[in-house]
Design a protein around this ligand. Structure first.
Ligand code: GDP
Length: 306
């Protein structure tokens, strides 16, 4: 998968090649540095991280005084890796937990994000990954506002071979469906319950009410292990604003960046981690069931500067 990501980034994104070309010049002019900065900003790395990277590159490339592309590539790789924060803990909390009652409860993972970002698809793909690790998974279709979401999730459930708890009527209370799903998962003794939620962003108070209620209600059945925020990598600054709103209303524990296959702007990984202080845990690389990968900082940076 990382190979595919690398191919796609290399094909679509001029980030790595532009930076390497400019940085390998013997005497880098101010105009070159400006182009480097622009290239970083265009890749959605964000203003703060771009400044940091610029300072580091100016210093190191100047000190080294090198035009050797391999040395320049190594510097760039190291500095980008620092920005991606390779030491963040990206493991998914997907093992059953013992509750206050001393009983085992499934790991409960809430998937949140604006509609259209790929939330439902990501629930299906994540279920696939977990099943491949021999975990028992159950899905909860608590996106009751988008009419087709529950059907879509049911299709994923069939495809991946995991049960789906849904309401039999449209417009049901999402918290009630989430509660039923976690209860069913607990009774069945599954390892993980993945809950798909609705992402209507018409106003912050509404979102806060809705997600807050889901979380409270679910917590009566099992501690919430993770809240994964699903973001569409192709939406740039708009996506960043969405991310901030979600982070303000609920404790996000990880980010899933979808549609990274469709953009040259992989720098958004850096920007969103920095902004939220939360690790990117998975990346979406396509629409198929196997197109979700745990985020690997080193592979990602290699892909950018290959
Ligand atoms: P939701 O409204 O957030 O639940 O979004 P969906 O799961 O319905 O996804 C919206 C669209 O994005 C669908 O056409 C998905 O197939 C597509 N999609 C989801 N993840 C990815 C991804 O990683 N890459 C690509 N190219 N498309 C994706």
């Amino acid at each position: 998968r990382m190979v595919r990501l690398r191919e796609r980034l290399a094909r679509s994104g001029a980030l790595g090649s532009t930076l390497l070309r400019l940085l390998s010049r013997g005497d880098i002019s101010e105009a070159d540095w400006e182009e480097i900065e622009e290239t970083l900003l265009l890749a959605d790395i964000g203003a703060g991280p771009t400044d940091e990277l610029m300072t580091a590159l100016r210093t190191r490339v100047k000190v080294l005084g090198t035009t050797d592309p391999e040395q320049v590539r190594d510097i760039l790789r190291e500095e980008l890796l620092t920005l991606v924060d390779p030491d963040m803990d990206r493991r998914l909390a997907a093992s059953p937990v013992v509750g206050d009652d001393g009983e085992p409860h499934p790991a409960t993972i809430l998937m949140v994000g604006v509609n259209g970002t790929g939330k439902t698809t990501t629930v299906g793909k994540l279920a696939r990954l977990l099943v491949a690790e021999d975990r028992d998974v159950l899905l909860g279709a608590a996106d009751t506002f988008r009419a087709a979401a529950a059907d879509q999730l049911a299709t994923w459930g069939e495809r991946v071979g995991v049960p789906v708890v849904r309401s039999d009527r449209d417009g049901a209370d999402p918290a009630a469906v989430a509660f039923d799903a976690v209860k069913a998962g607990r009774e069945a003794g599954v390892d993980v319950v993945l809950v798909d939620t609705a992402g209507r962003l018409q106003n912050k108070a509404g979102l806060m009410d809705e997600l807050g209620k889901i979380k409270r209600v679910v917590a009566r059945q099992a501690p919430v292990s993770e809240v994964l925020l699903v973001l569409d990598a192709t939406t740039g600054q708009n996506g960043m604003r969405q991310a901030q709103v979600f982070a303000e209303v609920v404790d996000v524990t990880g980010i899933v960046l979808t549609k990274l296959d469709g953009t040259a702007k992989g720098g958004i990984v850096v920007a969103v981690q920095r902004e939220l202080g939360v690790p990117v845990k998975f990346v979406g690389l396509g629409e198929g069931p196997d197109d979700l990968a745990p985020f690997d900082p080193k592979g990602f940076v290699d892909a950018l500067v290959s």
